[in-house]
Design a protein around this ligand. Structure first.
Ligand code: ZN
Length: 253
């Protein structure tokens, strides 16, 4: 189905895989939207088949650390181990699904790059040895930033134009509504209000949702509304089109 809008957007879904990933995949299949699932290593083997299905359906799998620890609470070596051990499980999944041309992507749990949250800490992180070392580790191990996989104008934070990790620019707040036991209709109402009262986000928003229990019900009701406003696609694809994924380093600078 051709998108109704030419405004591009990327859908990312964190904390995968859950036992309900299969339901989320069905919802995405109905809409024809491809997503990036950022996976916690400790959950991968529990729901391996769902992740294989996700790759077969054309989605990408990114790395979200091993067990959702804030990287500011970890030593450099412990942080690197979180990334390495998760990638050691994702690599074979991509290979057996004939997807090893997919890029390596990483998102820090909570967006904590190693010095905690908040704009001041984020800014000071540019000068912090552990934060710098983690970015260097990602770069030398061939993780790719949004810009490196062809995503226009990613927002990576002040001083972090060269950051390799993936932040988001549009938090769906599904986690807030889930905590408050909001119904899908209540959630849809809030989301619709956001889009009627704000010009909303960047040129190419990176949406953040979560693969948590029950969240697929939220995705199901808001996705049609979002698909009216955005042409969702994966970076490097013709957004909303039928293009093949890029291969190798063809789009890397
Ligand atoms: Zn997370």
């Amino acid at each position: 189905m051709a998108p109704k809008s030419s405004k591009k957007a990327v859908l990312t879904i964190d904390d995968a895989p859950s036992a309900e990933l299969g339901l989320t995949l069905s919802i995405l299949a109905q809409s024809g939207i491809k997503a990036i699932f950022f996976c916690s290593g400790s959950q991968i083997l529990n729901h391996r088949d769902s992740l294989v299905k996700a790759l077969q359906d054309g989605h990408w799998l990114g790395n979200h650390g091993w067990d959702h620890r804030a990287f500011s609470t970890l030593s450099l070596n412990a942080g690197i181990a979180q990334i390495e051990e998760t990638e050691a499980l994702l690599g074979p999944l991509r290979a057996e699904s004939d997807c090893d041309h997919h890029p390596r992507l990483f998102r820090f749990p909570y967006g904590d790059r190693g010095l905690g949250l908040g704009s001041l800490r984020t800014f000071l992180g540019v000068f912090h040895p552990k934060v710098r070392a983690l970015q260097r580790y990602l770069r030398t191990n061939e993780f790719r930033s949004p810009a490196q996989v062809g995503l226009p104008v990613p927002s990576q934070g002040i001083g972090f134009s060269a950051a390799v990790d993936w932040l988001w620019s549009c938090d769906s707040r599904d986690w807030v509504y889930s905590k408050a036991h909001a119904s899908p209709d209540e959630y849809l109402q809030w989301m619709s209000t956001q889009f009627s009262t704000q010009s909303v986000v960047d040129d190419t928003p990176i949406f953040l949702f979560h693969d948590h229990p029950g969240h697929h019900r939220y995705l199901q009701v808001v996705l049609p509304m979002l698909a009216e406003r955005f042409a969702f696609g994966l970076p490097g694809q013709e957004f909303g089109g039928e293009c093949e994924y890029f291969r190798g380093d063809s789009v890397l600078q």
